[in-house]
Design a protein around this ligand. Structure first.
Ligand SMILES: [Mn+2]
Length: 327
């Protein structure tokens, strides 16, 4: 059996599941998110001996803490294969990963789905190539393309609470889940429901905004419900802040706390001055390029929101002190 542990929260992860199911046939899937990766790995350790494929999950400091699970997985199964494009995996190229994974496929410029597609490529499979292209445009924010528009729709289906296993099974088969870029009813109905919920989610996010100037950086904080998980909320803040930039008030970082049990958070940088991923690393998380995330371990709510803002500001200040001391 081939066991697949891959992200369940975004388009790239879901398409990675779909491509592996399509390409390999006998697969058992464990849709995961950064905060529960270790639980999924533990479940896979308890499965009969097989091959383990891990995809689109950043090897951030928190995941690296579960060395004992990697040890056990390596001993139990034939081998582990790791696909990713996040900084945490890239920086560990010759260290941690090569100790536990017989096969490592990484690239800075290709999304995980694209890496997977090229890895088991049947060059005649145009559908698989097209699917990987959708994930690529989504992950690298090629906004405006037809692929991106379709990716956004898939993303909304994922966020709607639609069964992800059902979703990637549909995507794995053929393109009958869409017609000329429009989703079929069974997917469109939950998506429309999410779109309605999103409106009030954006309003709630707006109402929660807090600005903090931690010299030399200006940071905007927000609290969001899970309808805007993970990139929607910070993307929205970054997009809607263009006006403010024109008036001279520049924001360097957008930080959004999500109301899930693990206390997930995302940080989006607005320029190249701040290395977002380094800040996320200090908070136990990771990321890629200008965007990253981390988790607090417990739920964020109105009652601990301000306290958590202070906590993150402290880390940002530490980061800036180190950064400017070095210069
Ligand atoms: Mn990805």
């Amino acid at each position: 059996m081939i066991y697949v542990i891959a992200d369940r929260t975004d388009c790239d992860g879901i398409i990675a599941h779909a491509l592996l199911k399509r390409g390999l046939g006998e697969t058992k899937h464990f849709p995961a998110d950064y905060p529960d990766f270790h639980k999924k790995l533990e479940e896979v350790i308890n499965e009969p001996r097989g091959i383990v494929i891990i995809a689109d999950l950043d090897l951030n400091p928190t995941i690296r803490r579960y060395t004992y699970l990697f040890e056990r997985a390596k001993r139990k199964h034939e081998y582990l294969s790791w696909f990713d494009h996040h900084d945490g995996s890239m920086s560990q190229l010759n260290g941690f990963l090569s100790k536990y994974c017989a096969e490592i496929t990484l690239s800075k410029d290709d999304c995980t789905s694209k890496l997977i597609n090229e890895w088991h490529s049947r060059h005649d499979d145009d559908y698989a190539k097209w699917l990987a292209g959708i994930a690529q445009d989504y992950d690298y924010k090629n906004t405006g393309t037809d692929n991106y528009k379709l990716a956004e729709k898939i993303q909304e289906v994922i966020r709607s609470g639609f069964d992800v296993e059902k979703l990637f099974s549909m995507l794995a088969k053929d393109d009958s889940w869409q017609k000329n870029g429009e989703l079929i009813d069974v997917l469109e109905a939950p998506r429309q429901d999410l779109i309605k919920r999103k409106k009030s989610a954006y309003k709630q996010l707006e109402d929660s905004l807090v600005y903090v100037a931690t010299s030399p950086f200006r940071v905007m904080f927000g609290l969001s419900n899970m309808d805007l998980y993970r990139s929607d909320a910070p993307m929205y803040l970054r997009e809607n802040d263009r006006q403010r930039e024109k008036s001279g008030d520049k924001i360097d970082l957008y930080v959004v706390f999500f109301e899930n049990e693990e206390g997930s958070a995302m940080i989006y940088g607005n320029n190249d001055e701040v290395e977002t991923v380094k800040i996320c690393n200090s908070l136990g998380g990771g990321g890629r390029g200008n965007n990253g995330g981390f988790t607090f371990g417990t739920k964020t709510s109105n009652s601990n929101y301000m306290e958590r803002i202070k906590q993150v500001c402290f880390i940002i200040e530490q980061y800036s002190q180190n950064k400017y001391k070095q210069k």
